[in-house]
Design a protein around this ligand. Structure first.
Ligand SMILES: Cc1ncc(COP(=O)(O)O)c(C=O)c1O
Length: 398
């Protein structure tokens, strides 16, 4: 079985002036070419979908495909959601006052430097909406998070993909790739899907080297999984670099992916621009309440980090004993190599284990696996051992 297929290329646009010279023109055909060329985002396969397609019991399926927190949200966040769910009639606070106050005091910035997003994905999109126009450039790394090219292309801007160094960002080459048309540079630290990470001092000197009229989006979605000693004080950099946007999410370590809430920290002038293009009520009431509670539960995040580290070590040991190559990862996921990656992916699916193929990252011989609970990790390793044997057997049979 293949993941849902890539995009259909729409038919070429008919003659704009006459319409009928090239046949009837549909509304879809008249969409901008740069939109028609976008390959849609392919997410991890949902449990229900796999259950339907393979006739499996959904409760027996584990999903290690979207880098969620296997522990789920903090009980404090769940309590806050239950309280907030009593009032669903009114619109949420469109300015997210209470959440911004909580974030401002935690991060030691002012509330007008924070932009809330429907997931941090929204913040990435808002940055492209505010700064990119057709003809502009955005710079990002090969194997960088796939939303950077998607959001860039959606604005009709040109993406400059800079060759990776050891699967990670080559910051010197990225600096060199900036042109007079470049308006945004994206850096993910740690990066998804590779799990590569750069020390704070390297990232800060990169930001310092970028022209001040180019926005740097520093995406720290997986920051909480780093050892505290490795977590850069990047929000403090915002006061030094007025062109910097640092984005964070409640989807990963805080376990709130379904609610869609994230934020960016930036100079107030930049925040003002992003707020102009933001949907008025982009973060729902349940998400705002849950995020405040999750932010306050520091112990929960710390325990999640500890379990992630233990799970990572367990997977590394298991992979090594299976002879599977993997990349050292600083996130809550790990990239593993398999020559027959799609066959291994299929064989895992049939055993009720969902991981993520990476063909859309042009990494066709790699799979990405999210660190699960100890039981999920064990189950994955056992299923992988079976999958490798099966895909090997089928290779030799041909
Ligand atoms: C590097 C990176 N940035 C941002 C996101 C967006 O996450 P969300 O919109 O849930 O905050 C993801 C999600 O996978 C990610 O991997």
């Amino acid at each position: 079985m293949k993941p849902r297929s890539c995009h259909r290329l729409l038919a070429p646009i008919a003659d704009a002036a006459t319409g009928d010279a090239a046949g009837p023109t549909s509304a879809a055909e008249r969409a901008p070419e740069y939109v028609r060329e976008i390959a849609p985002y392919v997410g991890g396969k949902p449990i229900e979908e796999v259950a339907r397609e393979l006739d499996l019991d959904p409760s027996a399926i584990i999903k290690l495909a979207s880098n969620e927190n296997p522990r789920g949200p903090s009980p404090k966040a769940l309590d806050a959601i239950a309280v907030a769910a009593r009032e669903l009639t009114r619109y949420p606070d469109g300015n997210g006052y209470a959440l911004k106050q909580a974030l401002a005091s935690r991060l030691r910035v002012s509330a007008d430097q924070i932009v809330l997003g429907n997931g941090s994905n929204d913040v990435l999109e808002l940055a492209t909406q505010a700064f990119l126009r057709p003809g502009d450039d955005a710079v990002y790394a090969q194997y960088g998070f796939i939303v950077y090219p998607l959001a860039t292309k959606a604005r009709g801007a040109r993406g400059i993909e800079v060759a990776a160094r050891d699967f990670g960002h080559d910051l010197d080459a990225m600096r060199a790739a900036i042109t007079s048309k470049t308006r945004i540079v994206f850096v993910a630290n740690p990066n998804n899907p590779t799990g590569t990470w750069l020390p704070g001092r390297a990232v800060e000197s990169f930001i310092a080297s970028v022209p001040r009229d180019v926005v740097v989006v520093l995406d720290e979605a997986y920051n909480e999984f780093l050892d505290p000693a490795d977590q850069a004080d990047s929000t403090a950099w915002v006061s030094r670099y007025p062109n910097l946007i640092v984005s964070h999410t409640f989807s990963k370590a805080h376990g709130l992916a379904a609610l869609r809430v994230g934020y960016g920290v930036m100079h107030a002038d930049i925040a003002d621009l992003l707020n102009r293009v933001r949907q008025p009520f982009n973060v729902n009431a349940l998400a705002q309440a849950a995020a405040i509670a999750a932010l306050g539960d520091v112990d929960y995040v710390e325990e999640s980090r500890r379990l992630n580290r233990e799970g990572m070590r367990a997977l590394e040991r298991g992979l090594a004993s299976l002879g599977v190559r993997f990349l050292q990862s600083h996130g809550n996921f790990i990239m593993i190599e398999a020559r027959t990656a799609m066959a291994v992916y299929d064989a895992l699916l049939r055993q009720g284990v969902i991981v993520r193929p990476l063909a859309n990252y042009r990494l066709p011989t790699w799979l990405r696996v999210t660190i699960g609970t100890p039981a999920e990790n064990e189950r994955f390793l056992a299923a992988l051992s079976t999958a490798l044997a099966r895909s090997d057997a089928s290779r030799h049979a041909h």
